[in-house]
Design a protein around this ligand. Structure first.
Ligand code: BT5
Length: 271
């Protein structure tokens, strides 16, 4: 597998904040861990940590993120001056940037599944892990970790993951230039981040909604110890999922794993 050359990204990058600098490593435990360490030591906003492979890649709730060579594994340090409660919006922002960038480079029809997955043909091609560090009520920094299954053989993933996952190469039928993908993705993320800072999150949400197809479906969500079922109505301005439960009450869910059970709301519920 040809290694990435971060200098090729920087040379063509038309972003002013993100990707300055890009710190590149052959192998790391987790780009999020290194980004957090460096952020605590004061690296500037926009710093990107990029690794060819991760041996301790992480998903949410300390789940493993398998990161073979050929994927695009990186984290961005952001330092927005916003109240901490707004941090989850950055995950939504990143998922819109990823789906839009993929679709621009290759017409594979990438879409978003709440809260942090980008899918192609209902299979996961990208996961996003946003981690925030607080200073009292405000944020010190946020690390947005993005993992994209770009060019490796799906057999590199264990079977229980493989059946629900895909790669860009498999879906598009050709090798994706990871440097171009990273370059375009940083530019796109920067433009959404500018909207975010201008408090125009509504514009990002609108795009998010247009990239998702589960709204209006009946879904199951596992959130901590709790299992919640209902019709997915909408995403609110904080990025939380609004559900109509079987007893017709409304419920706002801020975190969890969602499965779409049916395209339509089961008839028996309205009977
Ligand atoms: C995520 O968590 O989807 C967030 C993944 C974030 C990865 C990036 S890579 C760069 C940065 N550095 C890190 O250490 N992390 C970030 P979650 O929704 O909890 O999904 C985790 C689950 O996805 C696992 O439990 C597996 O079932 C599955 N999984 C693991 N590796 C995968 C892969 N390469 N492709 C698809 N699914 C995978």
């Amino acid at each position: 597998m040809k290694r990435m050359q971060p200098s090729r990204v920087t040379k063509y990058l038309q972003a002013e904040i993100l990707g300055h600098p890009i710190l590149y490593f052959r192998e790391l435990t987790s780009t999020n861990d290194v980004a957090k360490e460096l952020a605590l030591r004061g690296v500037k906003e926009g710093t990107v940590i990029l690794a060819e492979t991760q041996i301790g890649g992480r998903g949410r709730l300390e789940r493993k993120w398998i990161s073979p060579e050929g994927g695009l594994w990186f984290s961005i340090v952001l330092r927005p001056t916003i109240p901490s409660k707004h941090a989850p919006k950055l995950t939504l922002m990143a998922s819109v940037a990823v789906a839009r960038t993929i679709n621009k480079l290759s017409p594979v029809g990438a879409g978003i599944k709440w809260p942090n997955d980008v899918l192609i043909n209902q299979k996961k091609v990208c996961g996003i892990l946003t981690e925030a560090e607080f200073k009292g009520e405000t944020l010190d920094f946020v690390v947005v970790g993005i993992g994209i299954n770009a060019n490796f053989d799906l057999n590199a993933l264990p079977r229980y993951i493989r059946d629900y996952s895909t790669t860009l190469r498999k879906e598009s039928g050709e090798e994706i230039d990871r440097e171009t993908l990273l370059c375009r993705l940083l530019e796109k993320t920067e433009s959404y981040y500018a909207l975010f800072k201008e408090r125009k999150f509504g514009a990002i949400l609108k795009e998010w909604r247009s990239l998702t197809n589960f709204l209006g479906s009946y879904v199951k969500i596992v959130s901590g110890e709790e299992k919640i079922e209902g019709m997915a109505l909408n995403i609110d301005e904080d990025g939380a999922l609004m559900l109509r439960l079987n007893d017709k009450t409304l419920r706002k869910v801020t975190a969890g794993d969602m499965t779409v059970v049916g395209e339509e709301y089961p008839k028996w519920i309205d009977e």
